[in-house]
Write a protein that binds this ligand. Structure first.
Ligand SMILES: C[S@@+](CC[C@H](N)C(=O)[O-])C[C@H]1O[C@@H](n2cnc3c(N)ncnc32)[C@H](O)[C@@H]1O
Ligand SMILES: [Zn+2]
Length: 307
């Protein structure tokens, strides 16, 4: 059980700190007695009993993403994310904790966090995702992280200023909460697809297009809580067999609307190997020293000065 990560977490009900239960150490507990048992695969579900308005990725979508990532098609992106996160962890001026800490918001199958932890062994890591199908896989891939079913749009089960890095790879962004959980001087890393990403297969497979001004919209959406800290683009060529073409389409947001077997038939009618260009942007942000917003619990306007 990665106890350093647990010390960065708070109870989703009363917001008190969490600790690990006595042996066999399979539960997380707060001092008011709220208790969360590990599922047999090792993840925790903090959303039990609460409805959520968001459509989680299905088991099939998660299986497609797992197969695609496990085949290494996005390895150059995983490598660059891992390098960027580990560079952000060196020095850690202003950090109050002994071990570096990382939040992977929308961790999915956990492949990106795995690459990060391989480069930063010993880091305390929490992976959040709304899909329990994704977390079953993530918990197996990253037993050295705490993996929790949670909705990024809700107040996060993480204590204030606990994280050195928050990483968000193709997942929803909650700027106020990311700013709250990052320590002063911490870093937010956001990965988004660029216009033209997988354009060669997009039309054929019904994938959703990427808007041209997505980068500006990202900066604008983050501006209330974050200052831009640069970033870089990454482009590389994929060589995809028909199964991988179908997986690429099915694992993204369009997967909610596509029929997997029809997609496989379309993909199978194409060349043995299709070349497609992956285009990504890694954007970096640092929390603003001073921001104003609404209190998450009361909805009141508030001003916050980072210590
Ligand atoms: C496109 S996937 C990316 C997953 C992973 N980061 C990757 O790149 O492989 C988006 C992920 O965000 C998760 N997700 C979507 N809405 C969410 C929410 N409101 N709260 C938490 N996770 C969410 C999905 O379940 C999915 O695993
Ligand atoms: Zn509690």
């Amino acid at each position: 059980m990665p106890t350093d990560a647990v010390s960065a977490m708070r109870c989703p009900v009363c917001r008190g700190g969490l600790s690990v239960s006595p042996p066999p150490r399979r539960s997380l507990l707060c001092s008011l007695g709220h208790s969360y048992d590990a599922a047999k695969q090792g993840y925790y579900n903090f959303l039990t009993g609460k409805g959520t308005a968001f459509e989680a990725d299905s088991a099939d979508m998660v299986a497609a993403r797992f197969a695609f990532l496990d085949a290494g098609h996005y390895a150059p992106l995983q490598e660059l994310v891992a390098e960027t996160v580990s560079a952000s962890l060196t020095g850690r001026a202003g950090a109050s904790r002994k071990f570096p800490s990382i939040l992977d918001a929308g961790t999915g199958t956990g492949h990106y966090l795995r690459s990060v932890l391989d480069k930063a062994p010993g880091a305390a890591a929490v992976g959040l995702d709304i899909s329990k199908f994704a977390l079953r896989r993530a918990a197996r891939l990253n037993p050295d992280a705490i993996n929790v079913v949670w909705d990024i749009w809700q107040p996060l089960p993480i204590i204030d200023a606990a994280m050195d890095v928050v990483m968000v790879v193709f997942a929803p962004r909650n700027p106020a909460e990311f700013a709250r959980v990052l320590r002063p001087g911490g870093r937010l890393l956001v990965v988004t697809p660029l216009p033209g990403h997988l354009a060669e297969i997009a039309d054929r497979t019904g994938m959703l297009g990427i808007e041209d001004n997505k980068e500006d919209r990202l900066a604008a959406a983050m501006a209330s809580h974050f200052e831009s800290d640069g970033g870089r683009n990454l482009e590389f060529t994929l060589h995809l067999n028909p199964g991988a073409v179908a997986d690429a389409a099915f694992m993204g947001p369009a997967g909610h609307h596509l029929d997997r077997s029809a997609l496989r038939a379309v993909a199978a009618s194409t060349d043995d190997v299709t070349e497609a260009t992956a285009r990504f942007r890694i954007s970096l942000f640092t929390p603003r020293k001073h921001w104003s917003g609404r209190d998450e619990a009361t909805g009141d306007r508030m001003e916050k000065q980072q210590p």
